[in-house]
Design a protein around this ligand. Structure first.
Ligand code: XMP
Length: 526
């Protein structure tokens, strides 16, 4: 069977650091077109090598007025492909092509209604149907204080608001477009249609990025890459490693060996559940390694979250390498790394300073690792992995489980990790999750868990004074895990969970609810 090249239609996003850049990439993928993020300072060679059908300049936090603010390499304006600048991306395009950007005392943040005064291929035809007082209007979402005050020559301005004279600018001949608002957020109702106009109509990209095509492509790639060699996969039970396992199983059958490491940092009953499900239901061969002591011993005296992550990552790899030696004839280590892990680890990021936490499956691998690394999901976002998982026969209840970090409970126990703390935290977590299911709330929050605080607080039970540990409940709502709101769980619900935790777990004296949103507070406490 001759496979289509699903990467042959592709969009490049130059990332100027907007919090919506990943969302933008997901939107483009959702309409069936492959896209890749490169940092704004990508070189001409890198861009030529990617050879995109169109380029999008993302929004960003800087002010384009400042002379040392990020600029794209000038080559993009001579590459002969359409360009769409969004927010900061539009301003940077204006400045680089000879226009002027001004700062304004009036910041537009949130919903705005723009008046469309001209026509463009970029505008979805439907917008012409919304008129107020004979003016064509469009609802959008904006977040800016600077604005383009003078457009570059050969551009025309085709939309404005009361305070912003240029909301859309176009050069139809060159296919250069700038929009001051954010079409990638759902608060801009016509935003996706506008992105479709750019990607499908203007850049003429074909919709090849479909689940079936992605599965075929990944399987073919694995076959080509692995040939007759053997692969070991660390099975964590998370969606990413699970989908990786099924893809590999399809591609190379028995040359896949799964290793499940119980590091003592898993949730209650998780190890058994995973082994049973995978070997009985999916028929995979799994080597089960009991390594709680090894991990906990290595974590003695370690306080720093990043140190914990690195140690855990290192031991995982050491164990895999030892298993590989025992098995003999294994050349590859597979991992379920996905695109967001790569982006968040700063590999594509606008600046290394944007690295907030190193994900252990990306940052923690030793340089001298003897096994070759295979990461079949590396270009996919989580929602794409889930859709593929469904096609491969995984159930929704598995695919839509809340995410669980690779370093496990170690980053939910503040400071030093001890077995006693792990056991207490596991029990508290199981109560929270059980109650969320009972109240039909589990899938209404994006992620919920408990955190162990190694501080003692006083409680009174009967006539006895107790001096015991504290548990925090963390529950968030988010679509992309880059930003998140604390979940508005009812007092009744929190009260049930708190009572159960305090009554059923003897060494817990107090339960608190975390009401911090991200940013600034990350979802995990460490
Ligand atoms: P933060 O805490 O950065 O978390 O707001 C965002 C999402 O990532 C998960 N997370 C991790 N996952 N290794 C992982 O595999 C890690 O080191 C790690 N740190 C955070 C977190 O659970 C949330 O879903």
């Amino acid at each position: 069977m001759l496979l289509q090249n699903i990467y042959s239609s592709r969009i490049l996003i130059l990332d100027f650091g907007s919090q919506y850049t990943q969302l933008l990439a997901k939107r483009i993928r959702s309409i069936g077109v492959y896209c890749k993020l490169l940092a704004w300072h990508a070189s001409e060679n890198e861009i030529r090598a990617f050879n995109p059908n169109g380029i999008i300049l993302s929004g960003g936090p800087e002010s384009s007025i400042s002379h040392d603010s990020p600029r794209a390499v000038n080559y993009i304006f001579h590459a002969g492909v359409p360009i769409l600048g969004i927010c900061y991306g539009m301003q940077v395009m204006a400045v680089q092509l000879g226009g002027v950007v001004q700062s304004s005392s009036q910041r537009e943040f949130g919903y705005a209604q723009i008046i469309v005064t001209g026509n463009s291929q970029l505008l979805p035809p439907i917008i012409h149907e919304t008129k107020i007082d004979e003016k064509i209007v469009m609802d959008v979402w904006m977040s800016h204080s600077d604005h383009v005050s003078q457009i570059p020559s050969n551009f025309i301005a085709i939309a404005k608001t009361e305070t912003c004279p240029v909301v859309i600018m176009t050069n139809e001949k060159k296919h250069f477009y700038g929009v001051q608002f954010h079409p990638e957020v759902t608060h801009t109702p016509q935003g996706l249609s506008l992105i479709k106009q750019f990607v499908q109509v203007i850049c003429q990209c074909k919709a090849l990025w479909t689940e079936e095509n992605i599965i075929d492509d990944i399987i073919q790639h694995i076959k080509n890459q692995i040939a007759n060699e053997r692969v070991m996969l660390g099975l964590s039970g998370g969606v990413d490693s699970l989908v990786t396992a099924l893809l590999l199983h399809r591609a190379i059958g028995h040359r896949l060996i799964c290793v499940f490491i119980d590091n003592g940092l898993l949730r209650l009953g998780e190890a058994n559940q995973i082994i049973t499900m995978f070997s009985n239901f999916f028929g995979l061969d799994i080597i089960h390694i009991e390594a709680e002591k090894r991990f906990l011993d290595a974590l003695v005296g370690i306080q720093e979250p990043e140190d914990k992550r690195k140690i855990i990552g290192r031991i995982f790899v050491e164990i895999f390498e030892e298993e590989a030696v025992k098995l003999g004839n294994v050349q590859w280590l597979a991992q379920g790394t996905i695109y967001s892990d790569v982006i968040e680890s700063g590999i594509t990021s606008a600046s290394p300073a944007h690295v907030i936490k190193s994900h252990h499956n990306v940052g923690g691998l030793p340089k001298n690792m003897r096994l070759k690394l295979l990461e079949p999901l590396k270009t996919l976002f989580k929602d794409e992995v889930r859709k593929i998982g469904l096609k491969l026969g995984l159930s929704r209840s598995i695919l839509y489980r809340h995410p669980f970090p690779g370093p496990g409970l170690s980053i939910r126990i503040l400071g030093e990790v001890k077995k006693e703390y792990c056991n207490l935290l596991r029990s508290a977590d199981a109560i929270l999750i059980e109650e969320l299911h009972k109240a039909d709330l589990y899938h209404k929050v994006s992620q919920a868990f408990t955190v162990f605080l190694p501080i003692r607080s006083v409680s009174v039970i009967g006539d006895n004074r107790k001096y015991d540990w504290v548990i925090a409940i963390r529950a968030v709502e988010t679509t992309d895990f880059m930003t998140a709101q604390w979940a508005n769980l009812t007092y009744e619900f929190l009260s049930v969970v708190s009572n159960r935790i305090i009554n059923e777990i003897h060494s817990i004296s107090r339960v608190v609810y975390d009401i911090s949103s991200k940013p600034p507070a990350t979802i995990e406490w460490e």
